[in-house]
Each structure stands twice: as structure tokens, then as C-alpha cells.
Design a protein around this ligand. Structure first.
Ligand code: HEM
Length: 491
């Protein structure tokens, strides 16, 4: 941008912006016209996909908005089909289709030729230290494999047990030092914020052998929010923003935010190097010893992936489940009764607790519309018999899949008992950690931490909702403004 303005000093910023916009938009439209013509021949005899009735701009605005998961669900209900085509051109893909029928979504994720569409995941790379590769923004090539295989041993049973013990230690500390005084003063607390802090502290200690300061925790939470707002929400609505960082103050501020969080990742690296005898096989140990990473920025990018994927997903899942428990005191009582019959080590194995967590994650899946794929071969969906040509961009919105009344009776109701006898379709549908080769590497850890932390909170305290707040989608489904009060549970 700066160099264009230097070469043509008479041009104004807005003129350059407009010209660039026109060139890029024209290329999109040309590609789209070509793809439509090409595929219309192949699809002549196939059953047409239901089409969303929103225009390109309206679709973009909806997708980039904080309420996107709800809109995708509304669309499915309006069309009376959980598979439908979106009216939006995605570079490199003949069409964009929402697939939220459980079996088809699972088939797509499990297909070995399926991969991640960089048109969407590439956004995650933009704010990473290297700006090119981060495990969760990569396609499944040889390098991704080396990264994935390199870190996988950190999630073995032995390490997950160790990490869980630290999460329990921090939870007990939080209950004694933070919650207990609030209970005495009858004060409420911001649940999401507290859970993020708790999980970030525990994750840094166990996975990264790093004692993160409270100041860095606050910086991370504030700056990370700014980053996702600019790079995910706003840049989805307007993909041209990245070309105009110099003249967009919010974009410049978000760029500063990336520097602030990158500085934390570099502290993690420095800290590891200063350790006399680092623990073997932790996430940081395996990343630091992996020869795939050549520079500190590459190391920092991978650390970034694990910090981001590892703490707010788990923290938010706990937050959403606590909200439901706050609204259903009878479920809290049943859990406490179940815990009273077994030793504390057994609490997290309680079937009742597992069903509560499943139901919390079903109603409020954090990866609500996060997962998308490019299909690697022509396929026909089981439900509806729709043809999807190779290369189709598919959005797999878990929010739709988990809120499908055809799969989950009375889907909007929090009812943990539905998991006592789940149907095969319910089991196929429930995949909050995704599935297939690029599914969540940390799912075992997340699963155990979720259960152990929640068990400790509920065993000691009764939680009630003071302010419910609202849901906001921004990379993950966030609970914003939820305030709860706790009272000591009767023994
Ligand atoms: C409740 C907690 C969690 C949920 C719901 C969750 C969900 C997911 C989902 C849906 C994906 C697939 C994303 C996609 O394909 O677009 C994913 C990937 C990933 N998750 Fe998790 N996750 C959780 C916790 C964790 C934890 C604790 C860690 C690590 C410490 C972690 C690390 C990762 C990584 C590195 C990937 C990318 C894997 C790859 O591309 O090979 N996640 N997660």
C-alpha cells in the first residue's frame, strides 16, 4: 500500500482501496462464473441443493456477526433442510455448502482426502508470530504430520493425569482464595473471566512449565479479544481490511495486540531454556525438541496454537455448563448426592456428571461454527442424496448438528438424562472435539479437566445465576457477562 502511494503520489488512500477492491472482486466473480458453468454440466442430472435465500453481502455480514451460529440454525429451519448451499463465493472452491446432518458431517471429517480450507483457516495464521504456519491452521501435509506426531505424546495418560492434578490444585486454591471470600460477602463473579484465568494459569504451569504472572494473564485475555475481533469477525465481513492496516486504527491496534501476546510466547521459550532440568514429554518440551521448528518465531507460533486452543475452549465449556447448572439447581443437588457416595478421585467418573457435561457441551458447543473442510472427492450425502463435487467448501456447524430436533428431541432443553440411553444418531452427532485426522489433539486433557474442575466446584458450592449475559461467537462461542453467586453447599 505504502509503495503504491509512493509510486503514484497523486493517488489518495481511498482511491487505491477502491481500485484494489474492484480488481479483487472482479477476479472472484470471474472465477465463480467459471466454476458455476463447469459444475452446472456435471450436476445436470443431480438433485439440486436447497439454497439459502440471502445475498452475498447479507451472508458475509451474517457469518461475520457475533450471532452467526443462531443464523445458520434459523436458515436450516427455514429451508427445512440441514444441508444447504450458501450464496457466497469462496476462492478456490466451486461452492460453499452447510452440512449439518450428523452422519454426513462425520463422514466428511473422517474421509482421508478431506482437508482444511486455507481460505478460512489462513486467517488464524495472520496473527501468529510466523504468519504462515500454525498446527490448527495447516493442511494435513508432511509438516503438519511431524508437528502433530511430535506433540501427541504430551497427551498420554501419564501426562494428562499430571496436568489434571495441577488443575485440581489451582481449582482448590481458587475456591479458597477467591470464591470463599466472595461467598462471605454475598458477591457475584464474572464466570468466564475467572475460568479463563484459572485455566490459563493451570495450562501454562502443566503444559508449558511456565508460571504466568497475573499481569500477563490480564494482558493475554484483553489483547486476545481485540485480535479475534479484528482478524476473525471484522476481516471475515471485509476480507480487504488486511490491505489497509496503515489507515484503519482498529487494525493497527489489533496488530499491536499481536505483538503483546507474542511477547508472552517468547517469555515461555526463554523460561524453558533457563530450566535446569525440564520435565520430559510436556507440550513445551516436545515443541522445543522438535527439529521441525527452526526459529524462535516458529516455536512461538506453535506455543501460540496450544495456548489458544487449550485454555479458552475448556474455560468456556465449564462456564456454559455452570450456567445450565445454575438454572437447574436440582441437577446440582443430584450431582452432590452422587459425589457423597464415592471417594473424591471417583467424582469425575460419575455417569451423572458425564451426562451433565455432555449436555452442557451439546447446548453450547464452543466450536459452534469453527470447523470447515474442503472435500477431497465427489460425494453424495446420505441424507437428502445431494451431490457435492470435489473441492466443495463445507461448513460443519456443530451448533446446527447439536440443535437438530430430528436428532435431539426437544433440542433447546437442557436435559442430561437424555444421555442415559442415547440413540445411534445422537452418538454420531455428538462430536464437540470434531473427528478424523485433524480432530482435537487435547480432547482427553480437556475432557478430564472439565470433569474434575466442575466436580470440585459443585461438591462444595451451590451456584445461582445473577446475570445471564449473552452468547457471542468470535472464533468460539463465548459466554459474555454471565455473573453467578455461590453459597456453601449443605454437607
Ligand atoms: C472443551 C475443550 C476443547 C474443545 C471443545 C476443542 C475442540 C476442538 C475442535 C473442534 C478442533 C478441530 C478444529 C477444526 O478442525 O477446525 C480442535 C483442534 C485442536 N485442538 Fe482442541 N478443543 C478443546 C481443548 C483443547 C485442548 C485442552 C488442547 C491442547 C492443550 C487443544 C488443542 C487442539 C489443537 C492443537 C487442535 C488442532 C489439531 C490439528 O489441526 O491437528 N484443544 N479442538
Amino acid at each position: 500500500m505504502a509503495s503504491i502511494l509512493e509510486t503514484f503520489p497523486n493517488l489518495k488512500h481511498q482511491e487505491v482501496m477502491m481500485a484494489a477492491g474492484i480488481v479483487i472482486a472482479a477476479s472472484f466473480l470471474l472465477y465463480q462464473a467459471y466454476a458455476r458453468l463447469f459444475y452446472s454440466k456435471i450436476e445436470k442430472d443431480k438433485k439440486p441443493l436447497p439454497k439459502a435465500n440471502k445475498g452475498i453481502l447479507e451472508t458475509l455480514r451474517m457469518w461475520a456477526g457475533p450471532k452467526a451460529p443462531f443464523h445458520f440454525l434459523e436458515m436450516a429451519k427455514e429451508l427445512d433442510s440441514f444441508i444447504y448451499e450458501l450464496n457466497i463465493p469462496i476462492p478456490g472452491h466451486p461452492k460453499a455448502v452447510v452440512v449439518s446432518e450428523p452422519e454426513d458431517a462425520r463422514d466428511i471429517l473422517n474421509d482421508r482426502l478431506t482437508d482444511k480450507p486455507l481460505a478460512l483457516y489462513g486467517k488464524l495464521l495472520e496473527f501468529s508470530p510466523t504468519k504462515d504456519k500454525v498446527i490448527f491452521g495447516m493442511q494435513a501435509d508432511a509438516e503438519w504430520h511431524r508437528r502433530r506426531k511430535g506433540t501427541a505424546p504430551a497427551f498420554s495418560q501419564k501426562h494428562v493425569r499430571r496436568m489434571t492434578e495441577v488443575a485440581v490444585k489451582h481449582t482448590e486454591k481458587w475456591l479458597d482464595e477467591y470464591l470463599s471470600p466472595l461467598v462471605e460477602k454475598h458477591q457475584s463473579f464474572d464466570v468466564a473471566n475467572q475460568m479463563m484465568k484459572l485455566l490459563l494459569k493451570a495450562f501454562c504451569e502443566t503444559a508449558l512449565e511456565y508460571d504466568i504472572s497475573n499481569e500477563d494473564i490480564d494482558t493475554f485475555i484483553i489483547e486476545w479479544d481485540l485480535i479475534t475481533r479484528e482478524y476473525i469477525l471484522k476481516s471475515t465481513a471485509n476480507p480487504f481490511r488486511k490491505y489497509f492496516t496503515a489507515i484503519l486504527p482498529e487494525r493497527r491496534r489489533a496488530k499491536q495486540a499481536t505483538h503483546a501476546v507474542h511477547a508472552i510466547f517468547h517469555k515461555v521459550i526463554k523460561n524453558y531454556r533457563a530450566l535446569e532440568s525440564p520435565l520430559e514429554g510436556t507440550v513445551i518440551d516436545l515443541i522445543m525438541k522438535n527439529p521441525t521448528f527452526k526459529t524462535d518465531d516458529e516455536l512461538a507460533s506453535e506455543i501460540f496454537a496450544y495456548i489458544v486452543a487449550g485454555h479458552d475452549t475448556t474455560a468456556m465449556s465449564i462456564t456454559w455448563t455452570l450456567l445450565e447448572l445454575g438454572k437447574h439447581p436440582e441437577e446440582q443437588r443430584s450431582l452432590r448426592e452422587a459425589f457423597s457416595k464415592v471417594e473424591s478421585e471417583e467424582w469425575s467418573n460419575s455417569e451423572l456428571l458425564k451426562n451433565v457435561v455432555r449436555e452442557g457441551m451439546r447446548l453450547h458447543p464452543v466450536a459452534a461454527i469453527t470447523v470447515s473442510r474442503t472435500i477431497g472427492r465427489d460425494m453424495t450425502t446420505k441424507k437428502g442424496n445431494y451431490f457435492l463435487p470435489k473441492g466443495t467448501f463445507v461448513l460443519l456447524p456443530f451448533y446446527n448438528i447439536f440443535h437438530n430436533d430430528g436428532v435431539f428431541e426437544d433440542a433447546e432443553t437442557f436435559r442430561p438424562s437424555r444421555w442415559e440411553n442415547p440413540t445411534e444418531l445422537m452418538k454420531a452427532a455428538f462430536m464437540p472435539f470434531a473427528a478424523g485426522k485433524q480432530g482435537c489433539i487435547g480432547r482427553m486433557l480437556a475432557h478430564i479437566v472439565l470433569h474434575t474442575v466442575l466436580a470440585r466446584l459443585i461438591q462444595k458450592y451451590d451456584f445461582s445465576v445473577e446475570e445471564e449475559g449473552y452468547a457471542e461467537f468470535n472464533l468460539i462461542l463465548n459466554s459474555v457477562g454471565l455473573r453467578m453467586k455461590a453459597t456453601r453447599a449443605r454437607e
